[in-house]
Design a protein. Structure first.
Length: 261
């Protein structure tokens, strides 16, 4: 027969051993679980630190790029400003130089104006006698304008010079009165070809002449030349297409003058 108490005690001991083993296993599991949680928390903290550092780095890089861009803009603006300052300094230097000579220039203006008037009057007197009174009257009008400043009078004188220069490039016609040797006046049509030819033709076309600058008088034209003057009058009035005119010149052109540019 079996000893029941022995088996009972043995069974109890085994149950205690199993319970003790279970408790020990539970402690190890809890410890491992606790360590796993701590590791995850550490991992999360490290990841957070990494993310924070990465964000700070990106912000620092962005700030650096903005600073570099602002620096380039400032350098460009400074270079442009330096160029403008140099130009302004040069302009100020020119103005200062002009101001230094302004008093002398103002003092010289009346003499310059008078010299220009004298030269222009002399030129008109020696030129072909077309519209002579009208051309000289322009100068006299300018002389009598006492209220104008010297600079304004010089500008007006330059305008007269320009008008005189244009005469040398134009072909013109007008009706006017021709003074004869006996102080009588004859109504004629004048034709001017630049400053080389000055002609007249009576309204009936029967008489005409060319001004001889060397002799200072009118010379009669032949029938052939009268027809050429008629053609020239029509060309000047845009009634005929430009054409070659065979006419004597009012001035004498020497071989030396012909060679000059």
């Amino acid at each position: 027969m079996l000893n029941k108490p022995f088996f009972a005690m043995q069974g109890c001991w085994l149950a205690c051993m199993l319970a003790s083993s279970s408790l020990m296993a539970s402690d190890e599991t809890l410890e491992q679980a606790s360590q796993g949680i701590d590791a995850q928390q550490l991992q999360a903290e490290l990841q957070q630190q990494i993310d924070s550092a990465d964000e700070q780095t990106r912000a620092a890089l962005q700030e650096l790029r903005e600073l570099e861009r602002d620096t380039r803009q400032l350098e460009s603006q400074n270079a442009s400003l330096a160029g403008r300052l140099a130009e302004e300094a040069e302009r100020q230097a020119r103005l200062a130089s002009a101001l230094d000579t302004l008093a002398d220039t103002r003092a010289a203006l009346p003499d310059i104006e008078q010299n220009m008037q004298a030269q222009l009057t002399q030129w008109i007197e020696r030129d072909l006698p077309f519209l002579k009174e009208q051309r000289l009257a322009r100068i006299e009008t300018l002389k009598n304008d006492e209220g104008a400043e010297p600079a304004e009078q010089i500008e007006s004188m330059l305008d007269i010079w320009r008008t005189e220069l244009d005469y040398g490039r134009e072909m013109d016609t007008w009706r006017g009165r021709l003074r004869l040797d006996d102080d009588q006046q004859l109504e004629v049509d004048f034709l001017r070809i630049g400053r080389i030819g000055f002609y007249y033709l009576t309204p009936d076309g029967r008489e005409g002449g060319v001004w001889n600058a060397e002799d200072g008088e009118w010379q009669s034209l032949s029938a052939e030349h009268l027809q050429a003057v008629r053609d020239g009058l029509r060309i000047a009035e845009d009634q005929r297409a430009p054409d070659i005119l065979t006419l004597p010149l009012s001035i004498t052109v020497s071989a030396d003058q012909g060679e000059q540019p």
